[in-house]
Design a protein. Structure first.
Length: 525
């Protein structure tokens, strides 16, 4: 007996119970002694590695079975080459009788000439069903629906809307905690340790508690199993767009309708549908975390951690700076050079800077801003907002004034249009003049609407600048009087560090400009 998930759409006529009833009745009527039943529930007929099918063939090899009965040929399989192999070679060689009850096929009586065609049709049916399922899924995906056995951690099935997620208020804090740790510079390994140390339950444990799933794993497991997080689980959550309200489908597929092995699809073939459900994490936080993952610090050969990885950039070509260590001197020292210059030589220049020089400079700047934040958070905020910003502030005032004038004029034009329509209806103006003025006012309305939208967007960006400044000041205040740099601190506060080529000053000393672009606010003079 066999039933695939696709077969379930055809109701009880192909159910396991229906097949069992037909086969038991046939065996009884024909005086056949039943050695055993072999049931593959949920398996495609194109797959001959089905567990019960393999168990049956083991019994055939052991001489325990000399007759195999199925409801029809398709229950045995839907792959014509393999069907021919068993019917024409394996069964005759091992003297196995095969019967397909509904189709009246029996190897003892001789199979009909139509069997090869039936097998071809059964395979075509599997292929056609596979195509239809994929088409139906794509339609669901495009409509913003999801297909899932269990909702991702932080979500539950929507109680009213089918195939949609709703936020699970009981578990959303776990997702928020994971992203908050990552946002502040913690890597997947550190987050995993924190979750285990604080005994945060895993998704598997929560599903066991709620639905009784994974009982074989959790039923008699020790307490530690309930919070046994892995780095892979944390990484998967941090890169999952589900948490910003998107649904991403078609990440993997079967090799073919015959081979059900899953293969990863290239990103450009993924189906991404935005805003299909409520987000738990803001897009700003998610994007920042992705940047930090992409530039995650790497372990060096000597087991030290390169804390500046991904942050240091060449001022002229924009490439990342390459970290290296000079071991030829008595006292080895580390340094950064332009990676494009290292690869191509002539495309850029070295932009060489020693690691210890960069470390001391960056630490001193962070200590300075941290001290300023402790003294007066408000004054620091005002300085950031005014930082090279007089022109921006003047522009903002001008934009506000322009917006008021545009909104006032828009109201006037709308009013004139209404009065003009009333005059035309009353016969006070001709239809020719009405049409002429209509075109004029409609064109002006459109122009004013575009202008108002643009000015509102520009002013909104100004407001966001203020919010970003507040965000950064709150971050720097968390690090009171730092005495050393860590990867977590750098990733939290700094977007990039730009290294200029060194020059010789008038006094013969080496001068080199270093620009620090802080997260959310850019450079501060």
């Amino acid at each position: 007996m066999r039933l695939s998930r696709d077969d379930e759409n055809y109701g009880d006529s192909v159910s396991i119970e229906t097949q069992r009833t037909i086969l038991q009745q046939y065996a009884k009527e024909h005086g056949l002694s039943v050695y055993g039943e072999y049931v593959d529930d949920g398996w495609s007929g194109t797959n001959f590695e089905r567990p019960s099918f393999q168990r049956m063939m083991d019994d055939v090899e052991a001489g325990k079975v000399n007759c195999i009965i199925t409801k029809d040929l398709s229950r045995f399989g839907r792959e014509h080459v393999m069907m021919d192999y068993y019917l024409e070679f394996v069964f005759p060689e091992k003297q196995i009788r095969y019967i397909a009850v509904a189709e009246n096929e029996d190897t003892e009586k001789g199979l009909s000439d139509f069997v090869p065609f039936k097998n071809l049709f059964n395979e075509w049916f599997a292929k056609d069903t596979s195509r239809k399922v994929k088409t139906a899924l794509r339609a669901k995906f495009a409509a913003g629906e999801r297909t899932f056995a269990y909702a991702p951690l932080g979500y539950i099935r929507h109680p009213e809307i089918k195939n949609t997620l709703a936020i699970d208020e009981e578990t959303r804090w776990i997702i928020e905690k994971i992203f908050d740790l990552a946002f502040h510079g913690a890597g997947a390994a550190k987050i995993t340790k924190t979750l285990i140390a604080e005994k945060v339950p895993t998704a598997g444990w929560l599903n066991y508690q709620r639905y009784g799933t994974f009982a074989n794993i959790y039923a008699n497991a020790p307490e530690e199993k309930s919070y046994a997080w892995t780095i892979a689980q944390v990484k998967s959550i941090l890169q999952d767009e589900t948490y910003i309200g998107n649904s991403v489908h078609n990440k993997q597929t079967n090799i073919s309708y015959k081979n059900k092995k899953k293969v990863r699809k290239p990103k450009e073939e993924w189906i991404r549908v935005e805003n299909t459900h409520e987000a738990i994490i803001s897009r700003d936080v998610f994007e920042q975390v992705q940047k930090q993952i992409a530039s995650r610090r790497r372990q060096q050969k000597d087991a030290t951690t390169q804390i500046f990885a991904g942050l240091v950039k060449c001022a002229d070509c924009g490439w990342s700076m390459r970290f290296g260590t000079n071991r030829q001197n008595k006292t080895p020292y580390s340094h950064f050079t332009c990676s494009q210059y290292g690869q191509m030589g002539t495309q850029c220049s070295a932009h060489y800077i020693r690691y210890d020089t960069l470390y001391v400079y960056v630490l001193s700047r962070i200590q300075y801003w941290s001290h300023r934040a402790q003294l007066s958070e408000e004054k620091l905020l005002q300085q950031i907002l005014k930082n090279g910003d007089r022109e921006r502030m003047t522009a903002a005032k001008r934009q506000e004034s322009e917006l008021k004038r545009a909104e006032k004029r828009k109201a006037e034009v709308d009013g004139k249009f209404v009065r003009m329509y009333e005059d035309w209806s009353a016969g006070r103006i001709t239809e020719y003049n009405f049409n002429l003025l209509t075109k004029k006012y409609q064109a002006e309305q459109l122009e004013l609407e575009e202008k108002i939208s643009r000015l509102q967007a520009e002013l909104s960006a100004e407001q966001q600048t203020a919010l970003n400044a507040e965000k950064w000041v709150a971050l720097i205040k968390q690090y009171a009087n730092p005495t050393e740099l860590t990867a977590e601190l750098l990733n939290t506060l700094i977007e990039k560090i730009v290294i200029h080529e060194a020059t010789k000053g008038a006094d013969g000393m080496r001068d080199q400009e270093i620009e620090i672009y802080y997260r959310f606010i850019g450079k501060i003079d």
